[in-house]
Write a protein that binds this ligand. Structure first.
Ligand code: AMP
Length: 543
């Protein structure tokens, strides 16, 4: 007999009722630890707030109107009463609980299996009518508390309030396992329920990457000047062109292939011409790559290729004029073996063993073993040739690094140019930390807005130690107001800052913020009245 859903509800309530993490863990661990295997799987999945595991592509697809019909019926409320309740709660689950109040459930009390089976049946049912009937029968047996969570899951509107990280920690505690092992299994299987079961049976190390359950993509950190590369990690460096297209994670198993975007949406339908060549590769695999078009050996500019995007079904004419290619730059799974923890050099070798054919390509890779000025010179040349091939710049990767899903680290660096820079004036300085203790190393800076200065950002100094020391003395002598850690200074030091992007933001009074700002150099040659203006910032941001 499956465990009662009411117990699950009181556990979820108890977890919500405390803000203390350790207490949340303890409540969950106690509850999960006591469940039988099949219930453990269901309970963990529901705690994650979704009807099905992440790797599962089933959806309930019950619209708002079917849901509210059933709720009105079950509670005997009017549409007006429901609207008022919604104004108070702004969460359909809480609305449902309020409307049902003391109205008693009918029939047998719900078990975890009942809830899970009904969700399965709803997803399988075709048409609004049958789906609504299944939901009606489920809610008839639910009390107010139970209805709250069922409705939360069905409406998909809010999470139950448990981050998967918290759940992973609780599972690790319940079964005395390593937290990272639990996180890894959850990522690979795409199923917190299976993960809990594996934690109990100590089989966390075994799972392979689930097909058709996309995982987060590894991200790169921008490098604004080539001499930064050498500071991030030691040689050797793997250098590849940075292709300017659309990130795609490709899953293939059996007779099925799917492409997923970096937001994990399925985008296979946009690139139908890639399906057959991918299916032609025997066995199963997960590839990380970039989709773009080439014309006469050169990459088609992203803005041109982009005309294909946004269309669900790509017209024959666009497809033949601008057929898509896939540049495969990483291999995450092969024939049932997860490769994420292998070093990049080994993953690359396995990728190059795949029998790939055009339009599936593998980027040319150079291994650079230099440092210092030689490294910079080589990167300069590589950069120029990448641009000549129509690509955006370079990716510089650490051959020793594992694949880290969803992380932006220093193991993948991206070099894009021409760099955007702004000339700005320093308005405030701050004492540094760590290596930069005892010097004023963090600068707040502003652009010009008519006669006024408006702050737009703050950056650690990218100046040399000598320059920082000199500037520290200068700023100490030109402090307008000393706030301890922070000093307002005379706005007469012009610097050049590089950045990745400008975004609207209310963090600074200019109304904009720079993404990844870095101080490039001092501009003693430039007077303050000639620094960049807020209008220029708006222009860059508007593009
Ligand atoms: P950005 O979109 O500017 O943050 O740059 C990172 C993106 O570059 C990745 O998400 C990929 O879509 C893309 N990219 C292009 N070429 C490569 C490559 N050789 N290796 C990794 N990422 C690449």
């Amino acid at each position: 007999m499956s465990a009662s859903f009411a117990d699950w509800v009181s556990t979820a309530d108890a977890v919500r009722a405390t803000a203390r993490k350790l207490e949340k863990h303890a409540i969950l661990a106690r509850y999960l630890g006591a469940l039988e295997d099949p219930d453990l799987v269901i309970a963990a999945r529901l705690l994650a707030g979704a009807p099905f595991p992440r790797r599962d592509e089933r959806i309930l697809s019950i619209g708002w109107s079917a849901l509210s019909d059933v709720l009105l019926e079950r509670s005997g409320t009017t549409g007006q009463g429901m609207a008022e309740s919604y104004q108070r709660h702004a969460d359909l689950g809480d609305v449902a609980a309020e409307l049902i109040g003391e109205s008693p459930p009918r029939g047998d009390r719900l078990t975890l299996a009942d809830v899970s089976e009904t969700f399965g049946a709803i997803a399988a049912a075709r048409g609004v009518g049958p789906k609504r009937d299944l939901l009606r029968a489920l809610l008839a047996r639910a009390d107010a508390g139970e209805t709250r969570y069922i409705v939360k899951v069905v409406s998909g509107e809010t999470r139950i309030g448990l981050r998967e990280g918290l759940l992973e920690e609780a599972i690790a505690r319940a079964f005395g396992r390593d937290r990272n092992g639990v996180g890894r299994a959850n990522m690979l299987t795409g199923d917190i329920g299976e993960t809990a079961l594996r934690a109990r049976h100590d089989t966390l190390a075994e799972p392979t990457l689930a097909h058709f359950a996309p995982i987060g993509v590894m991200l790169a950190t921008p490098v604004l000047q080539l001499d930064e590369v050498g500071k991030r990690f030691a040689p050797p460096y793997i250098v590849e062109d940075k292709y300017d297209g659309i990130r795609a994670q490709v899953h293939k198993a059996g007779e099925r292939v799917e492409l997923y975007s970096r937001t994990m949406d399925r985008i296979t339908g946009r690139y139908p011409e890639l399906v057959a060549p991918l299916l032609a590769v025997p066995g199963s695999f997960v590839i990380d790559g970039e989709v773009l078009a080439f014309s006469e050996g050169r990459a088609v500019p992203f803005t041109d290729f982009q005309t294909r995007l946004g269309r669900k079904v790509v017209a024959e004419e666009v497809r033949t004029r601008m057929p898509a290619s896939l540049v495969a730059f990483d291999l995450l799974e092969r024939d049932g073996r997860a490769l994420l923890e292998l070093p990049l050099s080994e993953r690359s070798a396995l990728l190059r063993d795949l029998p790939l054919q055009a339009p599936i390509l593998v980027p040319e890779q150079r291994t650079v073993d230099e440092s210092g000025d030689d490294l910079i010179r080589t990167l300069e040349q590589e950069f120029a040739s990448a641009r000549a091939r129509g690509n955006e710049g370079l990716m510089v990767k650490d051959p020793r690094s594992p694949y880290r899903p969803g992380r932006r680290g220093m193991e993948w660096l991206k070099v894009k140019r021409p760099l955007r820079t702004l000339d700005v004036v320093v308005t405030g300085v701050e004492w540094g930390h760590g290596k930069r203790r005892g010097v004023l190393s963090d600068y707040t800076f502003a652009v010009r807005d008519g006669d006024r200065l408006r702050n737009i950002g703050k950056a650690y100094s990218g100046l040399t130690d000598k320059e920082i020391a000199e500037m520290t003395e200068y700023f100490l002598a030109h402090t307008v107001r000393d706030h301890g850690r922070f000093r307002l200074v005379e706005p007469d030091t012009v610097i050049e800052v590089a950045f990745d992007q400008i975004q609207p933001s209310d963090r600074h009074e200019s109304g904009y913020a720079l993404r990844f700002p870095r101080i490039v150099r001092l501009r003693p040659d430039k007077p303050v009245r000639e620094i960049d203006t807020l209008d220029e910032v708006r222009r860059i941001a508007g593009r």
